[in-house]
Write a protein that binds this ligand. Structure first.
Ligand code: BGC
Length: 556
């Protein structure tokens, strides 16, 4: 399993963990998490089996979009530490065998960025064409407004410039002019800078917006050429540097962002479609939506892979479901208006959506880690943190990490009023949910998650293999199989709350093969009869098996 190829394409069997430095651990006691605090917790993350950190933006920013509005692409927000602290973090992570990727937010800058300040000052300014200007805006279709709570157009008037400027997101985030070669050179320089400081790649923010040239005017450039150029730049600087793209588009459109069969654009793409299907399946207790989404997920070339997630830092978007389907998920998991956002998503975390049901929560994570692709966790998922709905909008899920049951959940020694953001209170708050307590308990979610992650990393078929859905005779049961280099893994999930007996048609089975139970600690071997597996499943039960023949070496 460990060959030159598998270690170069490390992202195919990675476990990625997304976090925001400012809410992870506050080391200097000012109420804001910092790089020093995160560095102190690298061993914790390595210990649970995380193999790649994804850092949300930590550059200087007025923080009007929680750091996704940057004023210096080459800096570190002084509240979080210094460039030296950043390098220490990278050094520590590498020492523990961990990769680090960072957000590359270059669709736009903050309106406080020196480039924009200069650009506004005069039409002749050398930064004027770093942005996209118009004398008269065109009307914006409602569907293209990303933040309908705050904006009604993608054009905003600037008094100083006496022109309108383009902004796909908030009007304080002017879009960079990607049609301008100088801007593209600068983006490469930014990526090169962070690679030189030791990062292993980037989560590329808002990719379809970044490469969209339709509003720019006279640009003779294939939008995908922008990604190809970025990809080849990264590969020249660092062969195994990765690009993980945020592209929330229908499955058939994703393939272009991988670069089709050439595989010369991004390496990883979040599977927003599968994520939304998982929530619909959970709501209906029916395997069909996931099975259909898997069928629609187009197989990609060997260098590429989908990244799976159940929850990210934004609203849990359900925009690809029909209105009726979305309503079903709202009714099941976020019925109050205050739990919903932008009419398309939820601002809750998974454990509260699943009403704290430990078995159902484990079922959801077993799905995340066994569906084909690279799993991505959002900090705090490993212990089952909830949200704080008293915090506005998408920020309800970006509360401080819960380390202990002490004040501020052990996140900071500062007075609670000085915290970057309040902690969660109540049922999912630090008194009930924290790392310290769960470390001591072998039955806790954290201890279970550690075992699950270990098993996932030992099961490369899931990240590398080709997948197919398997036929079962029970509608609440999803069964799928991943094949890779003569090996195969079968996973079975009961989305229903009732126990059931199920028959799973396994497909091709080598002579004399048995099934080795990968999650059951007893490691029981099961017989296969007539190419089928008969199983008794608990309500919300889940099982993983490896098809094993007597001559194979498989992990214990
Ligand atoms: C990020 C958001 C951010 C937006 C603008 C997104 O896609 O995930 O958190 O607000 O880009 O940068």
């Amino acid at each position: 399993m460990t060959t030159a190829r598998t270690s170069d394409l490390w992202w195919k069997n990675a476990v990625i963990y997304c976090l925001d430095v400012e809410t992870f651990l506050d080391w200097d006691g000012d109420g804001i998490g910092d790089l020093r605090g995160l560095t102190e917790r690298v061993d914790y993350l390595a210990g649970i089996g995380v193999s790649c950190l994804w850092l949300m933006p930590f550059q200087p920013s007025p923080n009007r979009d929680d750091g996704y509005d940057i004023t210096d692409f080459y800096g570190v927000d002084p509240r979080l530490g210094s460039p030296g602290d950043f390098v220490s973090l990278i050094r520590t992570a590498k020492d523990r065998g961990m990769r680090v990727i960072i957000d590359l937010v270059v669709n736009h800058t903050s309106d406080q960025h020196p480039w924009f300040r200069e650009a506004r000052s005069s039409p002749d300014n050398r930064f004027r064409d770093f942005y996209v200007w118009r004398d008269r805006p065109t009307r914006t279709k409602k569907a293209s407004i990303v933040f309908p709570d705050a904006e009604d157009s993608i054009w905003a008037w600037d008094d100083k410039a006496e022109q309108y400027f383009l902004h796909a997101f908030y009007s304080h985030q002017p879009d960079l002019n990607i049609g301008n070669q100088r801007v593209r050179d600068e983006i490469a320089k930014i990526a090169g800078y962070w690679l030189a400081l030791g990062v292993d790649g980037f989560r590329v923010d808002a990719v379809p917006f970044l490469i969209d040239t339709s509003q720019i005017g006279d640009v003779d450039l294939d939008p995908h050429e922008i990604l190809r150029q970025l990809r080849s730049f990264i590969s020249r600087r660092q062969g195994d540097g990765v690009l993980l793209g945020e592209v929330n588009l229908p499955p058939e459109q994703l393939i272009d962002f991988f670069g089709g069969t050439e595989a010369d654009e991004v390496n990883l793409l979040f599977n927003f479609n599968l994520m939304q299907a998982i929530w619909l399946s959970l709501a209906r207790q029916d395997a069909a939506p996931i099975a259909e989404a898997l069928e629609k997920t187009i197989a990609v070339s060997e260098d590429c892979q989908y990244a799976n997630f159940l929850r990210n830092h934004d609203e849990l978007t359900l925009d690809k479901l029909t209105d009726k389907e979305r309503q079903e998920v709202f009714d099941a998991f976020g019925p109050d208006e205050d739990m919903q956002l932008f009419g398309r998503g939820l601002r809750r975390r998974l454990p509260s959506m699943l009403d704290g049901d430990p078995q159902r929560i484990r079922l959801a994570y077993s799905l995340l880690f066994s569906l084909p692709g690279t799993p991505v966790l959002f900090y705090g998922e490993e212990i089952g943190m909830g949200e704080n709905l008293a915090i506005d909008g998408r920020l309800s899920v970006r509360t401080p990490m819960q380390w202990t049951d002490e004040q501020n959940g052990g996140f900071s020694k500062a007075r609670p009023s000085r915290l970057r953001r309040p902690v969660v209170d109540g049922r999912f708050g630090p008194l009930a949910v924290n790392v310290a307590q769960q470390r001591r308990d072998p039955e806790s979610l954290l201890s279970w998650m550690e075992r699950l992650i270990r098993r996932r990393r030992e099961t490369p078929e899931l990240g590398w293999g080709s997948w197919k859905g398997l036929r079962t005779n029970v509608s609440s049961v999803l069964a799928h199989r991943c094949d890779w280099e003569g090996r195969a893994v079968v996973a079975v999930h009961n989305l229903g709350d009732q126990p059931c007996g199920v028959r799973v048609k396994l497909g091709d089975v080598p002579e004399g093969a048995t099934l080795d139970d990968l999650l059951d600690e007893r490691g029981a071997l099961r017989e296969i009869q007539d190419g089928s597996l008969e199983l008794k499943m608990d309500g919300y039960g889940f099982r993983w098996f490896r098809l094993t023949t007597p001559d194979q070496h498989t992990p214990p």
